[in-house]
Design a protein around this ligand. Structure first.
Ligand SMILES: [Zn+2]
Length: 170
């Protein structure tokens, strides 16, 4: 399979980012700051600024961009999956059944740090590229999130999430 060309990405990017902005705006009334969940461990891994400025939305089904409609049929399988969580910029969505799962919130916070570090365009390009080359679970940005989540779940010793992401991206 040939990978997505820079031209394909450039054509799709404005539509994807517009859909993301629209989706975040549409859910604004239902969003909560991460700090409002009162998770006991997160404050040891991320800054207060993070907890106060990142939002979470609890939903029945997490929203996924209409990638096929945008012309990215190669990502059709991502659309079909019932995801547990998904992160767009400083907002993440989590399925209602997993709303109190602190490790899943942590996983999504790794993606928030990635969005911030890379910026929207580079995040989406890197994410799409990793998805095509390695598949969902082994794409570099997901591997980073799953590895950090595992460390969060298996060890009581805190680490700085934002620093970890920055060092792994550099
Ligand atoms: Zn993830």
């Amino acid at each position: 399979m040939t990978v997505m060309t820079p031209e394909e990405f450039q054509a799709a990017y404005p539509q994807v980012i517009a859909w993301i902005q629209k989706t975040i705006t549409a859910h604004r009334s239902g969003e909560k700051r991460v700090s409002e969940f009162g998770f006991p461990r997160l404050p040891f891994y991320v800054s207060t600024e993070f907890l106060e400025n990142v939002s979470a939305v609890i939903v029945d089904r997490v929203p996924v961009p209409p990638l096929s409609k945008i012309g990215l049929r190669r990502f059709a399988e991502i659309e079909a999956v019932d995801h547990d969580g998904i992160t767009y910029l400083d907002t993440y969505f989590i399925k209602r059944t997993r709303a109190s799962d602190e490790a899943l919130h942590f996983h999504e916070l790794v993606h928030v740090a990635q969005w911030r570090a890379l910026g929207p365009e580079r995040f989406l390009r890197t994410y799409a590229d990793g998805l095509e080359r390695f598949g969902y679970r082994n794409s570099p940005l997901e591997r980073m999130a799953y590895d950090a989540e595992r460390r969060f779940s298996n060890s009581p010793e805190p680490f700085n999430l934002e620093q970890l992401v920055l060092s792994q991206l550099s």
